[in-house]
Design a binder for this molecule. Sequence first.
Ligand code: SIN
Ligand code: FE
Length: 293
Amino acid sequence: MTEITQLATDSWAGPCSAQDQATAIAALEDGNVLLLPHLDFPLRDTERELYFQSGGVEVKGKNISLNLADNSVRGSHADAAELGVLRDMMVRFATDSRALVHALLPGYAATIEQGRTSFRPVEVAGRPSSWRKDDTRLHVDSFPSSPTRGKRILRLFTNVNPHGQGRHWRLGERFEDVARRYLAALPNPLWGSSQVLAMLGITKGRRSDYDHFMLQLHDRMKADSAYQGSAGQRDFEFAPGCTWMVYTDQVPHAAMGGRFAFEQTFYLPVAGMQDPAKSPLRVLERLMERELA
Ligand code: SIN
Ligand code: FE
């Protein structure tokens, strides 16, 4: 079962003690949630006003995202002035997130890559969705169009809800137990399909066998109603003003309710881990007795 490891860290830039650093990396790689209950992301008055007084700008999908490559902000109907406020806020969150990773997980600094940043103002509960995109069902993260070829997906969240509302998650069993449950039933990729998907631009780069099986696992878990109800799991409310980190490619999770959270995605090559044997790539390779990426 996924555990919650807490640290008293209250500053994005550190410094963090060697003991906290050791606790953090072990907790994450073991497939636990690292909770920093005292690490808040304070908003500026303009940001509060945009979101919490004026009702906020309209969001097109689940969230608003920032691409750090060109600082473009996508996913809302914001006008130019609102877009400026959103961009500043999200760039600040991205910068703070990076600082925290460097301070708390210095062993990752040399190889970690920062992915997209998102702001999630929409209430999770009752959001319409197809089963495949329904994040209220337990799943491990795997993205159809963005193969990682084994790289880890490490995500950092902060709940900034101004009304005292927690972000309600369910957390599931150990990755190896989920993998063992479904592995025999997962079909092999069709020969040549990864080249075709990349050629047609459906995937960004080639989908490895690892990505294929992770996507299958994601889909099987979400489609399996019996599993959703009967799998070992726990509920957890992430209170406003707290930050948490988790390897979402490893830890089965479901977001059940809450609104107004930030999220930052990081990618880490398996070789950059303290213990690569704990990665989903190496676990699947061991269970299947072959190379997958
Ligand atoms: C997810 O990764 O499934 C959603 C997490 C969240 O928005 O709280
Ligand atoms: Fe997810």
